[in-house]
Design a protein around this ligand. Structure first.
Ligand SMILES: [Zn+2]
Length: 197
């Protein structure tokens, strides 16, 4: 069964093919009836959630209902355009090659070989940055006390201070070692000698 909403400039129609091969078509809204746009959209959204198994992309392709507004081809095209519009920086490490984190130039070559990438067009390279986490335990305690209606904290002894500083650096070490890399929203132009067999 394949059901999707067909949005024409003048009407919205539920169209599709049932499991037994029956073609169905039911017009829900025509431009003349577009009196309460908000209700129309809520209603159509309901139809989409309940009945539709497919969606129609603005390029015309019918694709299986997903979280995305566009079909996979249009999404890939949009991502590519977004990537090409980014500013270019020098190649530095670590970096993301497509979605893979590479720590040095050898790992880029390995990536190219193992994914059988044949030209620059198939490569998107972004410098990678690690998220930095900086936990301040005294600030945390102050905020906790004021959030809980305590105006004055009891104060810390010298021994407390040593324990707190140690605790703070432990938290920062553990959290920072587990934080992920993310791409730096710039692209890298890479000189690479493509093998010509
Ligand atoms: Zn599309």
């Amino acid at each position: 069964m394949r059901l999707y909403l067909d949005w024409e400039p003048e009407s919205v129609t539920l169209k599709g093919t049932l499991s037994d091969g029956t073609e169905v078509s039911k017009e829900y809204y025509h431009i003349d009836n577009f009196l309460y746009i908000k209700d129309v959209y809520n209603n159509l959204d309901n139809i989409k959630q309940q009945f539709c198994t497919h969606r129609k992309c603005k390029c015309g392709k019918i694709y299986e209902k997903s979280y995305y507004d566009l079909c996979s081809e249009c999404r890939a095209k949009k991502e590519k355009e977004k990537y090409l519009a980014l500013p270019i920086v020098e190649l530095s490490f670590p970096c993301f090659v497509n979605d893979e984190l590479c720590m040095d130039s050898d790992s880029i070559e390995d990536y190219i070989d193992s994914n059988e990438i044949l030209n620059n067009e198939e490569l998107e390279i972004h410098p990678a940055i690690k998220v930095q986490f900086d936990f301040d335990i005294k600030d945390y305690i102050d905020n906790w006390e004021s959030d809980n209606g305590l105006d004055d904290h009891i104060g810390f002894s010298d021994e407390d201070e040593i324990v707190l500083v140690e605790c703070e650096s432990n938290i920062n070490r553990i959290v920072n070692s587990n934080l992920d890399w993310y791409d730096a929203n710039t692209k890298v132009r890479m000189e690479y000698k493509w093998r010509t067999n």
